[in-house]
Design a protein around this ligand. Structure first.
Ligand code: FES
Ligand SMILES: [Fe+2]
Length: 332
């Protein structure tokens, strides 16, 4: 049967974005940052994931914990930056309530006497946190299955490949819905038209994307002389690319119905002379992808197109992604 795409309205409606925050992003393991930034008790990393400000912290016993970055008093933030050290407790940036690193409210600073106020009722809202290969993930669903259930196919794929530890970061704002960018990542069909230089290096006719659970693995047959790599993606919005000794984590963060932020973390060997060229190539490919995705978004917004069709040969992973989103949204 002919596979039909998701409806265009799903890519522009703020109400759909709100439903995805609850139905998709509140249930999935989401990338937060690097465990290397959580070396000591009190070290934290923070990020806003699909509109949920989250902070992860290294506890006093070395455990990894994460919370909504939301004070229980009047919703102030516990930390105001992306990474740092908070000492032995979080002190709210608004009125100074103090929370232990396990989330308990230690002191409602200078709150004064208030009948019926029990600090034990005002601990931080917890989220699940786990680390895998030095990457910190969080899940807002406290009943979520372990991270390994999702990443196992990726873990097997990466095997014992070395993982360098020198970090470079780049970010790009993109004027499109997050699903437009994800779907673009999930097929190699556009390579010939959008990435002419890349098209020289891959055999587009044999290019395929296979799904293993919630992981999409690109099978990229290199032409003679081109390097082999790994290109894989994990539902809903994270890609891992390994190429010429550089590990590239690509986080396609939804900011709103029409706004996405692409955050890259490049892990490389210190002094690797290839890193500049690798980043340059990645930035060029990103510019090409951003250009086409923003044009697609304009056309989805224009209102003339309501749905299209998907190639079974090239767009099976796009079909999987759209079906998964639809199922989660239907489940509420
Ligand atoms: S909002 Fe945190 S102390 Fe007031
Ligand atoms: Fe692309």
């Amino acid at each position: 049967m002919l596979a039909v795409t998701a409806q265009a309205a799903l890519y522009r409606d703020p109400a759909v974005f709100e439903a995805e925050r609850r139905g998709v992003f509140s249930r999935a393991w989401q990338f937060l940052g690097l465990e290397a930034d959580l070396g000591q008790p009190g070290d934290y990393i923070a990020e806003t994931l699909a509109g949920f400000p989250i902070v992860a912290v290294r506890g006093n016993g070395g455990e990894l914990r994460a919370f909504h970055n939301v004070c229980r008093h009047r919703a102030g933030p516990l930390v105001g930056d992306a990474a740092g050290h908070c000492g032995g407790e979080f002190v709210c940036k608004y009125h100074g309530w103090r929370y232990a690193l396990d989330g308990r409210l230690r002191s409602a600073t200078a709150f004064g006497a208030a009948e019926g106020f029990d600090p034990r009722d005002y601990g931080l809202f917890p989220v699940k946190a786990e680390a895998w290969r030095g990457f910190v993930f969080v899940n807002l669903d406290l009943g979520a299955a372990p991270l390994m259930d999702t990443v196992a196919p990726l873990d097997a794929l990466l095997g014992n490949r070395p993982q360098p530890s020198t970090v470079l970061r780049r970010s790009h704002p993109i004027g499109c819905n997050w699903k437009v960018y994800v779907e673009n990542y999930l097929e190699g069909y556009h390579i010939d038209a959008v990435h002419p230089a890349l098209a020289e290096e891959v055999d587009a006719a044999r290019y395929a994307v296979r799904m293993e659970g919630a992981i999409a693995v690109h099978e990229v047959p290199a032409t003679a002389g081109a390097a082999e790599g790994v290109w894989a993606w994990m539902y809903p919005n994270l890609a891992f690319n390994l190429y010429k000794g550089v590990v590239m984590v690509e986080h396609m963060r939804p900011l709103g119905a029409h706004r996405t932020q692409l955050d890259y973390v490049y892990l490389h060997e210190a002094g690797d002379p290839q890193i500049e060229a690798a980043i340059e190539t990645s930035e060029r490919l990103t510019r090409e992808d951003v250009w086409i995705c923003e044009r697609v978004q304009e056309n989805l917004d224009a209102g003339i197109y309501s749905a299209g069709v998907l190639s079974p040969r090239h767009e099976n992973a796009v079909a999987w992604f759209q079906a998964r989103n639809a199922a989660l949204l239907a489940a509420g």
